[in-house]
Design a binder for this molecule. Structure first.
Ligand code: SF4
Length: 142
């Protein structure tokens, strides 16, 4: 994402981040900071307490897009990869509720984070094929 003209990604934090919070919270930009809805904090979130991003090391965005009328959720790691416990929980949730899931891992080069992410799809085979096709064509996933 970009915050006030600064590219921000793992390894390159927002210039307003103190590591504990935001040093200019009252003036944070509308997009993405105010508009962003972390899946853990939204009203009636199905995520359990332990899935809070600082603990589970994953950020979940519910209803990021749709596929054949089904809601598609997106999960991105806090760090390089989503830890297995959290990813298994998300896959199980996706299966039980019929919600295809897109999840990513952050690409590192020469030991350093880049701005690139590798996406994987979890859900029906046709959904996985659809996402593979989009990725092959470098097309946006949502
Ligand atoms: S809330 Fe503050 S620290 Fe967080 S991304 Fe927005 S400006 Fe940066």
């Amino acid at each position: 994402m970009e915050i006030q003209g600064h590219p921000v990604h793992p390894g390159r934090p927002c210039p307003h981040s103190t590591g504990q919070g935001c040093d200019d919270y009252a003036n944070r930009p509308k997009d993405p900071c105010i508009n962003f809805n972390c899946g853990w904090i939204v009203a009636e979130s199905p995520l359990p307490d332990w899935m809070k991003p600082d603990n589970a090391k994953v950020i979940v965005i519910f209803n990021k897009t749709t596929w054949r009328g089904l809601p598609v959720d997106v999960a991105v790691p806090v760090g390089r990869k989503i830890p297995p416990r959290a990813l298994n929980w998300l896959k199980d949730f996706a299966q039980r509720h019929g919600r295809p899931l897109l999840f990513s891992e952050q690409v590192k080069e020469n030991g350093k984070f880049t701005s690139r992410q590798l996406f994987s799809a979890h859900g029906p085979a046709e959904f996985q094929q659809h996402i593979a096709e989009l990725l092959r064509n470098n097309a946006p996933l949502w």
